[in-house]
Ligand binder design. Structure first.
Ligand code: F6P
Length: 387
């Protein structure tokens, strides 16, 4: 057996332990393991007619080459957000220019080339580690007959079918620490601190960080934030329980309602694939709150620090468990699964589950929209989030 492994999308702590675990488990079975660099872009850039091309985009993975990598965040394989079924002209390698058939948006489906490269590398299966975008291309490859075992990772925790993705525990741990740290400043300055958390259009990061960090208020992406209602609640929080400041968290994907501040102040930024970059809603809300209240309000974006540095223990554990399970599934002859953690149990679902789009917070079960607070009181929460 000869397998390929790649990491796609934003990097998170836990990717390296997953790569290491897959390598060890596979090598122990006598398999070969090829690390594909830069996610799906690695395969796109391999020219089967150029004998030196593969060397630049793949690396041999074994116990020696993966030794010690688990101590660090990021990914030794590097990562990219490219999806081979929608390749922009600017990302097309020169040797493929003649082959690319662009649609009206000037994007091309390069799957036939990817299949040629997989055959050229003599890969029997691929283990892609990624979020929704990376894994939905895994589902496409499965439809084309390539055996795939997907591993979900994203600090946003919005992959359908699993309670937890690699990267989420570290993101929450970093966020909780920030809530506690900022509380001291907010209290000292008798002010309100608004902490904006990444998570795209899912409120999972804000919900869990707000809950576990005991933020005074939590605004999630799924529920519009009416500053007129929120402002007096925060004002009250400032004097509650002997504190003289207040701290709230807000999802970067949250929408504001009835705001006094012109939201067009927010610069509109897109990534190179035309996806809107989020971020800035915390600052708009802070300006709005300070216009309504007679107290200082400051905002801060935790941003990439949520997914920077070494993994916390739970991320290492989940990464290793998913890595080991992925190899076990392949050894058992499976060819279209995604490793998941459901109700505290490591298991797998069909890889097509990733095609269902990004998961969001179950607002009715876990959020109080009038108090702007998580409502995580049922004992089942430990199970339903496996966290
Ligand atoms: O999807 C993971 C994530 O960290 C989001 O929370 C965030 O909005 C986005 O990636 C940032 O993207 P980029 O790494 O392209 O700036």
């Amino acid at each position: 057996m000869r397998i390929g492994i790649l990491t796609g999308g934003g990097d998170v702590p836990g990717l390296n332990p997953a790569i290491q675990q897959v390598t060890r488990e596979a090598r122990d079975r006598g398999w070969e393991v090829l690390g594909i660099r830069n996610g799906w872009a690695g395969l796109l850039n391999i020219n089967p007619d150029d004998p030196t091309s593969a060397e630049r985009h793949v690396m041999d993975l074994n116990r020696r080459t993966t030794r010690g990598i688990d101590r660090f965040g990021g990914t030794v394989l590097h990562t990219a957000r490219l999806h081979p079924d929608t390749v922009r002209e600017a990302d097309m390698p020169a040797f493929l220019e003649g082959e690319a058939q662009y649609d009206e948006r000037r994007w091309a489906d390069m799957t036939p080339h990817i299949l040629r490269v997989i055959a050229h590398l003599r890969l029997d299966a691929i283990i892609p580690i990624g979020g929704d975008g990376t894994l939905s291309y895994a589902a496409r490859l499965h439809k084309e007959g390539v055996p795939v075992i997907a591993i979900p990772k994203t600090m946003d925790n919005d992959v359908q079918g699993t309670d937890v993705c690699i990267g989420f525990p570290t993101a929450i741990t970093r966020s909780i620490r920030t809530v506690h740290d900022i509380r001291a400043t907010a209290s000292a300055e008798q002010s309100i601190g608004v902490i904006e958390l990444m998570g795209r259009n899912s409120g999972e990061t804000a919900l869990m960080a707000g809950h576990l960090g005991s933020a005074d208020r939590t605004a999630i992406a799924e529920v519009p934030v009416d500053a007129q209602v929120l402002a007096p609640l925060l004002r009250k929080d400032m004097s509650a329980g002997g504190e003289s400041g207040a701290v709230m968290v807000i999802s970067e994907g949250a929408k504001l309602e009835n705001t006094l501040v012109d939201e067009t102040d927010l610069p509109v930024r897109t990534d190179k694939f035309g996806n809107k970059r989020l971020g800035g809603v915390g600052e708009i809300l802070a300006r709005d709150l300070s216009a309504r209240l007679d107290v200082p309000v400051f905002s801060l974006q935790l941003a990439y620090l949520m997914r920077a540095g070494a993994p916390v223990s739970q991320d290492s554990l989940i990464a290793r468990a998913f890595g080991a399970l992925a190899v076990e599934l392949l050894a058992a002859g499976e060819a279209a699964r995604m490793t998941v953690l459901q109700d505290g149990r490591y298991t797998s679902v069909h890889v097509s589950e990733t095609g269902k789009g990004a998961a969001q917070v179950d607002v009715d079960s876990f959020y109080d929209r009038t108090a702007f607070m998580p409502r995580i009181t049922r004992p089942s929460i430990a199970q339903s989030l496996s966290f």
